[in-house]
Ligand binder design. Structure first.
Ligand code: CTP
Length: 375
């Protein structure tokens, strides 16, 4: 969505909240990305209004996220996540706060957040409000923790992967202290669910700078903690599924059946991405992904695919029924391999894909089979 449209709508949103006597600011990823000229998917708002006030204010438009005490409002097709200023008192499972109190102070709210670049706010007039040095770190391109990184990462271990993700996608550096603490606390990652790990890893691997993220995961020694043992064999690939295929963690992380099939196909094709057989049997996509991994020109793969005499079984100029009629025999175990052989002959251009020629060839092969059987 166009950044300016989102900003205009977000400013209207916080004005509506402020018009009812509350404080409200845009905060987090939207402001960070706006200052970097990057489009965002949603907008976070921090406010002194409580969820009860907000539900009253937005009524039908609002969905409550009761587990986290924030609400989501969809306004003009934009998702607003509105969270009441809060202090987080204690955390459970190194992941989520289990005790919070609502407060009336923006700065206190910002102090509970993860990284300084995520604490920059914007008020209803569009002015930047920077209470914790976020703008300086944004300029220096540094991911730095807002508070003591030991506590910060222990409170919520997902922040380890968020730090790597921001350093990857924004091409920022991790602050030295944060790096050291990540190394010391990496064992906590075992407490994070595979789903949450995969969500963050997907964002890292689908970034145009994925190799930067992969280098960082190695440098911080997170590969073992994340079961990414094969990370040293990963080569650049713009497709996230290609990276997962190289990592060979199909049975560790949650993937759909289709994704598992695709990863297996990509690995199969990696040996010879341009063979007729691969292009025909696996289709274009796994071959293009494998070609990119092997640094083969994708254009060549596309051209080779377009030049295939047939692209799927139903492109073959005869059906099994027509073959059986021509041979004047009933179906039997011979049929499948016979038909496949014809398919292979067409694919490798040994026989033209023409009905008469294929029926004749079929007859010849069938005769040979019968002679072999009688021997
Ligand atoms: N936050 C945090 N710790 C987390 C998750 C979020 O402190 N584990 C804070 C950060 O200040 C963050 C804000 O909550 O900016 C909103 O979180 P989220 O929308 O998940 O992340 P964004 O920073 O907005 O980044 P993105 O939308 O790109 O994921």
């Amino acid at each position: 969505m166009v950044i300016d449209y989102m900003l205009k709508t977000a400013l209207k949103m916080i004005k509506t909240i402020e018009d009812h006597g509350f404080q409200a600011y845009i905060v987090g990823g939207f402001v960070r990305d706006y200052l970097l000229g990057i489009p965002s998917n949603d907008v976070d708002i921090a406010t002194s209004a409580t969820p009860k006030d907000l539900k009253h204010l937005f009524q039908d438009a609002c969905l409550s996220n009761d587990d986290y005490g924030s609400i989501t409002v969809i306004f003009k097709n934009i998702h607003f996540e509105i969270t009441t200023f809060r202090k987080e008192l204690s955390y459970k499972d190194n992941r989520r706060p289990d005790q919070i109190i609502y407060i009336d102070n923006l700065k206190e709210d910002l102090k509970r957040r993860d990284f300084t670049v995520n604490t920059i706010c914007m008020d209803q007039k569009g002015n930047i409000v920077d209470l914790l040095g976020g703008c300086e770190d944004l300029q220096k391109k540094i991911i730095r923790s807002v508070s003591d990184p030991f506590v910060l990462l222990e409170e919520d271990v997902l922040r380890i992967l968020r730090a790597v993700r921001f350093a990857t996608t924004l091409q920022f550096e991790l602050d030295d202290t944060l790096k050291e603490v990540i190394k010391a606390k990496k064992y906590l990652l075992s407490r994070l669910s595979l789903n949450r790990k995969k969500e963050e890893l997907d964002k890292i691997f689908s970034s145009p700078f994925a190799m930067r993220g992969i280098a960082l995961l190695k440098e911080l020694g997170l590969d073992k903690e994340l079961s990414l043992i094969k990370i040293y064999q990963v080569k650049p690939c713009s497709q996230v599924i290609g990276i997962w295929a190289m990592l060979e963690v199909d049975d560790i992380y949650p993937f759909t059946r289709n994704e598992k099939t695709l990863m297996e196909e990509i690995r199969q094709v990696l040996d010879s991405p341009l063979s007729f057989s691969n292009l025909y049997h696996y289709g274009l996509y796994p071959c293009v992904v494998a070609a990119e991994i092997k640094d083969i020109d994708k254009k060549k793969v596309n051209e080779a695919y377009l030049a295939l005499p047939i692209h799927r079984r139903k492109d073959l100029a005869i059906t099994t029924k027509e073959l059986l009629n021509y041979l004047e025999v009933k179906a039997g175990p011979f049929l499948k391999p016979l038909y496949q052989e014809l398919e292979e002959l067409v694919l490798t251009r040994q026989v033209k894909n023409e009905k008469e020629l294929l029926l004749e060839k079929g007859k010849e092969l069938f005769g040979k089979l019968e002679r072999d059987d009688n021997k």
